[in-house]
Design a protein around this ligand. Sequence first.
Ligand SMILES: NC(=O)c1ccc[n+]([C@@H]2O[C@H](COP(=O)([O-])OP(=O)(O)OC[C@H]3O[C@@H](n4cnc5c(N)ncnc54)[C@H](OP(=O)(O)O)[C@@H]3O)[C@@H](O)[C@H]2O)c1
Length: 290
Amino acid sequence: MMKKILIQFDTDQAPSTFDRVVAVDAGVDELFSYGGISPDNVTGLVHGAIFTRGPADLKNTAIFVGGSNVTDGEALMDKIGSTFFGPMKVSVMMDSNGCNTTAAAAVVAAKKHLQLAKTSALVLGGTGPVGQRVAQLLATEGSAVTLVSRSEDRAATSCDAIRKKTDAGTLTPAGAATVEEFQSLCSGKQLVVAAGAAGVCFLPEGSLAALDGLSVAIDLNAVPPTGISDIGVTDKAAEKHGTICYGAIGVGGTKMKVHRKAIASLFEANDHVLDTEQIYALALQVAGLA
Ligand SMILES: NC(=O)c1ccc[n+]([C@@H]2O[C@H](COP(=O)([O-])OP(=O)(O)OC[C@H]3O[C@@H](n4cnc5c(N)ncnc54)[C@H](OP(=O)(O)O)[C@@H]3O)[C@@H](O)[C@H]2O)c1
């Protein structure tokens, strides 16, 4: 039996311990970890991955792209894809800063309770890597998404970027910076996802009780102060003031399962490319929603 080798390319100097632990837990036989990887130094390493095993055996080698900077991870993915040719390729997954697995886990949590095609959703902190992906996946499901930033221009730029990936649903940019503005934007929404930077609070204690008609609220920020103060970090489908609530750790269990399943699925073929949509498809399977 040929060994399953996962090659971890991290854009940070030190390869992530988090991603290494998940790789081991996902059952890889050998993990080769490289730090400080960029489009400038990856070509030779990709050649080493694709020229060592025959085409029929290349499904036993795969690449994971990680690191704290999502833009750098996307550039690395592009370079890796352009280095492959013909059958000389291996499967690749991108999850820099946990952006894809976190967004996928958040959207499947919402989908357990809502018909997303009939849902009006608010994504706070929607310009970040996680928020943009949450908005993209909700739009793909047919939701009417309002993407919020402190700058309406930045929100519009993010909506334009998402529009290049899906024409489903609707995307509306909004600028807001005060609690009153955030609360006002919640009006008429069935779903709110807080995807702001760590330690950024959008909706302080007491906000959920004041909001009518909000069915599901998800806060992805685990670092105090959290994004929606009424939600506990470990909340998982906890009902509060008539709203079903998920905190960052409440979503985290699904995120870990999705990450492990995605790594395992890399070894099914040598041509999988696991980015936002593909990882969401796996998340739906994990949640029994596929
Ligand atoms: N549970 C998990 O497993 C997991 C995994 C990964 C990430 N996370 C969490 O998910 C959240 C989103 O991650 P990310 O990497 O996408 O975040 P990020 O890029 O650091 O921040 C997201 C957005 O927050 C907004 N923001 C920053 N400072 C703000 C402030 N002082 N007031 C209001 N808005 C502010 C910014 O939007 P504008 O500048 O456009 O306003 C930014 O684009 C983070 O809290 C992160 O810790 C959780």
